[in-house]
Write a protein that binds this ligand. Structure first.
Ligand code: MN
Length: 202
């Protein structure tokens, strides 16, 4: 039988030290090599389990398996997006430009208002999760999505343009339990050129 493709941990587009002081080398290394890797491994193990069941004709607990698969694939995809929408501080604009800036202003009124709403969404995620800037293909509007865990409250089929990870594992070494301080730091690292590229690529 042909070997089917699994998931792989992507390389970071910068070095582990490059996001300091906003994200320390130790924090970024653990986050990428341990936490993100765990979702890659988890998703691949579940795909193997499905494959094995097809081979031996057994029936896995589909409800439990698919719930776990959604969690692990969500974790992998969101972390991959997150690394891409971060960049070392001072590399580029600290605000969106061009068509993305127009879209954000059109939806939120001003960039400051967007930043305020996004920060509030990120700070208030219940438990572990993400804040995302997303795009609705039906209306052409940019909307904030607040994701719990890696997969709950997702708007289906919306394109995700930018995410911030607010699981404690993203910031506990640098900021302890102070999520709001981590969000402040995040704004120094937002890679607007990449977010605009995603927006233009829709
Ligand atoms: Mn994470």
């Amino acid at each position: 039988m042909e070997t089917k493709k699994g998931y792989q941990l992507p390389e970071l587009p910068y070095g582990y030290k490059d996001l300091a002081p906003f994200i320390s080398e130790e924090q970024l290394t653990l986050h990428h090599q341990k936490h993100h890797q765990a979702y890659v491994n988890g998703a691949n193990a579940l795909l193997d389990k499905l494959e094995k069941a097809r081979t031996d004709g057994s029936d896995p607990d589909m409800k439990a398996l698919l719930k776990e698969l959604s969690f692990n694939i969500g974790g992998h995809v969101l972390h991959t997006m997150f690394w891409g929408n971060l960049a070392p501080a001072g590399n580029g604009d600290n605000k969106p430009t061009g068509t993305l800036a127009k879209a954000i202003d059109g939806e939120f009124g001003t960039f400051d208002r967007f930043q305020k709403e996004f920060t509030q969404a990120a700070v208030s995620v219940e438990g572990s999760g993400w804040a995302a800037l997303s795009y609705c293909r039906l209306t052409g509007r940019t909307l904030i999505m607040q994701i719990e865990k890696h997969n709950i409250n997702v708007y289906p089929m919306f394109a995700i343009l930018m995410v911030v990870d607010v699981w404690e594992h993203a910031y506990y070494l640098d900021y302890k339990n102070l999520r709001a301080k981590f969000i402040d730091a995040f704004w120094n690292l937002a890679n607007w050129a990449e977010v605009e590229k995603r927006f233009k690529g829709l």
